[in-house]
Ligand binder design. Sequence first.
Ligand code: PLP
Length: 427
Amino acid sequence: MSKNYAKETICVQSGWQPKKGEPRVLPIYQSTTFKYETSEQMGKLFDLEESGYFYTRLQNPTNDYVAQKICELEGGVAAMLTSSGQAANYYAVFNICEAGSHVVMSSTVYGGTFNLLTVTMKKMGIECTVVDPDASYDELCKAFRENTRCVLAETIANPALVVLDIEKFAKVAHDHQVPLIVDNTFATPINCNPFEWGADIVTHSTTKYMDGHAMSVGGAIVDSGNFDWSKYPDKFPGLCEPDDSYHGVTYVEKFGKGAYITKATVQLMRDLGSIQAPQNAFLLNVGLETLPLRMERHCSNALAVAEFLEKHEKVAWVNFPGLPGNKYYELAQKYMPKGTCGVISFGLKGGRSAAESMMDKLSLAAIVTHVADARTCVLHPASHTHRQMTDEQLVEAGVAPDLIRFSVGIENVKDIIADLEQALSFV
Ligand code: PLP
C-alpha cells in the first residue's frame, strides 16, 4: 500500500489486497497446515532459505495481512500478531533477553505486565528495575546496569493514565545502547506513533481499542527497524550470532531490518506458540477499519465525562490527561494532539466504600474486567486487576485505593453522564 495514504485509509484498505476474482474481504485461512509439491520445497522453509507458510503455530496469512496493516499504522518495518497483549510484551522482551539479562521498566505499567516482569520473568533469571516514569534523565540513568537489554513503558499507563515522555525514555535507553519498547495500547497508532519520538519497538494489546468490541483477545509487536542490533553484538547475541536451531542462521545478517520480528516468529512462536487465532485476527481487522472513527468519539466523550465529574460535588479528584490542568496535559498535547484515549480515573469524597457502592448503581456502564471497548465499562483496580499488589506497589503504580477506572464508550455522551449522575445520587 502506498505510504502516502492517511491512517483512516490504511485502516480500511491496507493489508489484504485482493487480486482478480479473489474475495473482497480478508479471508480467514482456517488451516493449520499449508501444502507443498516437493519435499525439497518444504525443506527450504525449515532452513529459512525461502519464506512461506507451513504451520499456523508460527505464521498464518490472515494474521500477517492484519499485522501488515498495524505495521503501516505505526510506521514500522515488520510486525506480528500474538495471542494476547501479555504474549506481545513477553515476546518483545524475551526476544532480546535471557537468563542474566536486566530490564528497566516504568512503575506505572499495566498490572499484568508488572507481574510478568517482576514475578514470572524473574523466575526465568531476568531481573527488572522499576523506575518512576516522571524521574529525571539523571535519576533514570541510575537504573541501568551493564546487563540491561531494554527499557519498557506505556504511552498512556493503564490505569494511572501517566503520559510517557517518550523522547526522554528513548534518549536514556539509547545512551545505554538498548532499545525502548513502548506499549501503545491506550493511545493506539491513531493518536500516537511512538516511533516518531524515538521508540524502537511498539507492542499492543489488540484486545482493547484495536478490536474495540470486546470480542477477541490478541496482541501485536511492531519493529521500527531503527535499532541497530549489529552495533552491539555482545548485548544481543540472539540476533547477532548464529542460531543453531536454524543451521547457523544469523538473523541480522540474513534478515536485516526484519531480524527482530523474524527471530520472534521463527524462534519464539515455534517454541512457545502464542499465535493469534486467524478467526481473532479477522475480527481484529474488522475492528481496525473503524478505529479512527471510534477513537475520535472515545476521546470527545471522555473529555465531556471528565468535565462533568470535575464539577460534581461528590467527586474528590479526576484524572484524564486530555483535561486542561491535568499533570500530563502538556505531554499529552505534545505526543497526542488529536486526543489521548477514552479512559478516565476518578475518586469520590467518600473514598473506597463510596466508589464500590456508586459502581453497583451504574446501569449503562458495566462492571467488567476490561477497558477500551465500544461499551462504557468500569472497574475498581485495587479490588480487581491490581489486587495482587501491596499498598506500596499500588502507590508506585499510581493506583490509589479509591481509584475508579471508567472506560468511556462510544454511546451518546448524554446517556453516559446521566448514568453517572443517577449512580452518584446514591452516594
Ligand atoms: N498492555 C496494556 C496497556 C493493557 O492494558 C493490557 C491489558 O489490559 C495488556 C497489555 C495485556 O493485554 P491482554 O489482556 O490482551 O493480554
